[in-house]
Structure formats: C-alpha cells, structure tokens
Design a protein around this ligand. Structure first.
Ligand code: CTP
Length: 401
C-alpha cells in the first residue's frame, strides 16, 4: 500500500526538451501506487517515445484524435480520458501549451482533454529563462492560477539553451511529491499519529510451545490501512500475524507476548493522538517459561498461570489527551460488559464484538460491531468486510475529535 494507491493520474506531456524526464515522472508516480495514463502533444513525440511511456505506465499512450488499430481508424475519446482521471498533470508544460490552455485552444488531444476534464489540473512549466520571465508568460501563468489550475514552481539552473536561470521543470521526484501533497493535504488525519495494537499474543510455555488464540490480526491491520489512507502516521504494534502492510508512513513493531506488547506500547503511546487497542491480548501467561523443551517422560500435569498486564487499562490511566478506543469481545451480557470496560479502562469509546454473531470475529474476513461512546450512545452496524468496519470506526473517531 502506497501514498497514491487508487489514484488515477492523467499525464499530459507537451513538446519541450524536459519531456525526456517524463518517464521518470511516471516511474515516481507508479512507485507511489498511482495508475497513470499518458497523452502527448504531437511535438512531444520528438522528445520521448510512446513505447517508453506505455511500457512504464503499463497503459496505452495517446497523441492523436484518431488512431489506427488493426488497420481500422479509432476515435480517441478525450472526454472519457478526462473523466477517468483524479488529477490531470501536464509536465512539462511549454509556454505554447500554457498559452493555448489560457485561450481555450483545442488543436490537439492534450488541449481538448484539458477543456473537457472535470478533475483538478496541475502544470509543471518548463522553458527557457527569458520565455519564462516574459510578461506574456507570467500573465498566462496568473490566468491559469485564476482558473484554479495548480501551477508548480520552476527550478533554477542549467537550461537546454546553454543559459543559466529560472525555467527548468521541477525534478520528477519533486513533481511526484507535489502530486502526493495535493492528494494528502486535506485528509482528515493529516499530521496525526495513530497507534494500533493488533493480533494475538503468544505466551511461552517452553521454547516450542505457547498459549495463544485464534486472532489473525486482520481487524488491526485494516484499521492501520484506513488510518494511512486518511493521512495519519501509524505505529502498528503487532503480535504474531502472517499479514503484511507497507507504507512510508507506517512503522510496524513486531512483538510476541503480552509483556512485549506492553513494553512497546508504553514507549510509544505518549506521542500519539489516537490509540486503538484491537489486539487479542492473552489475559494469563505461564508463571514459568522452561528454558528447554519439556519432554513427555517428565509428565506435565498442570501449568501455573499468572495474569498479564492490562495494556489498555494502563494507557487509560496514564494518557493525557489521546483519543483511546478499546475492543470488547463478549459472549454474555455484551452491552453491559462493554460499558463496564469503558469505565474501568477510562476509554473514549469501545468497539463491541459479540461471539454470538455468526460470521463475525476471529479468522473471519468480516465483522459485526456496535460502536459505543463513553457517554454510552451507541451505533450498531451490520456484518461487513473488516476494511469497511475500520472505515466506520474512523468515521466515528473523526466525528468526535
Ligand atoms: N487488552 C489489553 N491488555 C490485556 C487484555 C486486554 O490491552 N492484557 C485490551 C484488548 O486489546 C481490548 C480490551 O482490552 O481492546 C478488551 O479486551 P477483552 O479481551 O474483551 O477483555 P478483557 O479486558 O481481557 O476482559 P475479559 O477477558 O474478562 O472480558
């Protein structure tokens, strides 16, 4: 999972020498998870080949209103391309393309798409320093900004003309970063830190055996995924789980036992804004963990257990202004027990799972929850995929923060 996962970006390339960097823009966007389609102006084809662009974007590349497929002329639907995109990025944008956009010209596929698209448009100008500084170009750039087009800055340095100055297209990585900033700046959890505990814990009996439970970690990992989509930095403290999640804003701390999870939590939770305890932490652990494997001839009649530390309760008692959400897995008196946990553990809310709901809970891809606030107002949700349940939980949290 990446910062631009699920985002559709239409890259328009106009005919300037900076077009040779367009493949690297595609690579940077694709690496961040975006899907990219490409439109070239006819002049851009002199600087970069459609084959390179289609190979890197893994999509077809268009430059003409009519293309031939298997000997038959085909109409390239610029309206459809414009509607497909979440962002139309024009990079490089030459002085000519910028001027044509301002004046509503429509003599190539890129310009026709600009006129028909409904998504936001971003341009990365690239030209010689005198062209960039010219009053007409500056007037055109101001006009585009007034038309709500996001015009990126230009770089300063060596130019294809041999001159030195302002007019270079931003580097591909910088452009990709601008695209990412554009998509993340209004996200509701931008700038927030979220800590989630997930999965089971394993309490060792000897080097090969443990006491554990059936939690897969799925609910906690889905919560982490949604928090990342909402712009948060996430620390996921995960008990043993086969699930994988990668993101530049994600730190995963892998732990085994309840005590490991406790230690990881206490060194992390103070700097968090939101804490969600989704882990199925063992309540008891063997009092003694043998150093070597217990052999069957040394008959084992019983294992003496002692309680683990309640991680969530510790956080509830020691937190400052963090928003704290716990889970409650209940089989009887569900609502009453969940409400009691809100009070005992000083929670802002609890997510109630009932063992009596068929299709929900451990090992299931779905879950059925009741979300209860600390004032005991509650929302009951139907059985859903866990990723949708995670979205419901964050909608509740965001509405209260
Ligand atoms: N929890 C925790 N540390 C523990 C036990 C539980 O942080 N040692 C957290 C869980 O992650 C969950 C909440 O406490 O968010 C409630 O867990 P649950 O198993 O439903 O309840 P318990 O507090 O363990 O009590 P009981 O098993 O008696 O219902």
């Amino acid at each position: 999972m990446n910062s631009l996962s699920g985002k559709k970006i239409l890259l328009g390339i106009s005919g300037g020498i900076a077009a040779y960097k367009a493949p690297l823009i595609i690579r940077n966007l694709v690496k961040r998870g975006a899907e990219v389609k490409v439109i070239l102006t006819p002049a851009a084809k002199d600087f970069v080949t459609p084959l390179t662009l289609s190979t890197l974007s893994n999509n077809s590349v268009h430059w003409s209103f009519v293309e031939t497929e298997f000997g038959n002329p085909q109409w390239v639907n610029h309206v459809e391309l414009g509607l497909w995109a979440n962002l139309f990025l024009i990079a490089p944008a030459t002085a000519n393309t910028i001027s044509s956009m301002v004046h509503g010209r429509c003599n190539n596929l890129l310009l026709a798409t600009y006129l028909s698209t409904r998504c936001p448009v971003m341009v990365a100008p690239a030209m010689d320093l005198d062209m960039y500084a010219h009053t007409r170009t500056q007037y055109n750039i101001d006009s585009l900004v007034k038309q709500n087009v996001r015009v990126l800055d230009v770089g300063e340095g060596f130019l294809a003309s041999g001159l030195h100055g302002k007019g270079r297209m931003l580097e591909p990585q910088e452009i990709a970063q601008e695209v990412e900033n554009f998509f993340t700046k209004n996200l509701p959890l931008k700038g927030k830190s979220v800590m989630i505990t997930a999965g089971p814990t394993y309490e060792a009996i000897d080097p090969v055996r443990f006491i554990g439970n059936h939690s897969s970690g799925k609910m906690g990992y889905c919560l982490a995924e949604v928090a990342l989509q909402l712009g948060a930095r996430v620390t996921l403290i995960s008990g043993p789980s086969s699930l994988k999640l990668e993101h530049q804003n994600l730190e995963i701390i892998k732990v085994q036992s309840a005590e490991d999870m406790f230690q990881a939590t206490i060194s992390t939770f103070q700097s968090m804004d939101i804490i969600i305890a989704a882990a199925a932490v063992a309540d008891f652990k063997p009092k003694i963990c043998r150093d070597s494997k217990i052999k069957k001839e040394n008959t084992l009649n019983h294992i003496t257990l002692e309680p683990t530390r309640d991680i969530l309760k510790f956080v509830g008692q020691n937190k400052t202004d963090q928003y704290l959400v716990g889970f409650a897995l209940e089989s009887d008196n569900e609502l009453e027990n969940a409400k009691k946990k809100i009070v005992d553990k000083k929670l802002d809310a609890i997510v109630l799972n009932s063992l009596n709901d068929p299709g929900a809970g451990f090992r299931s891809p779905q879950n059925k929850i009741t979300y209860i606030h600390k004032d005991f107002t509650k929302t009951e949700y139907p059985l859903k995929e866990k990723i949708k349940v995670a979205q419901d939980i964050f909608n509740q949290i965001i509405s209260k923060m």
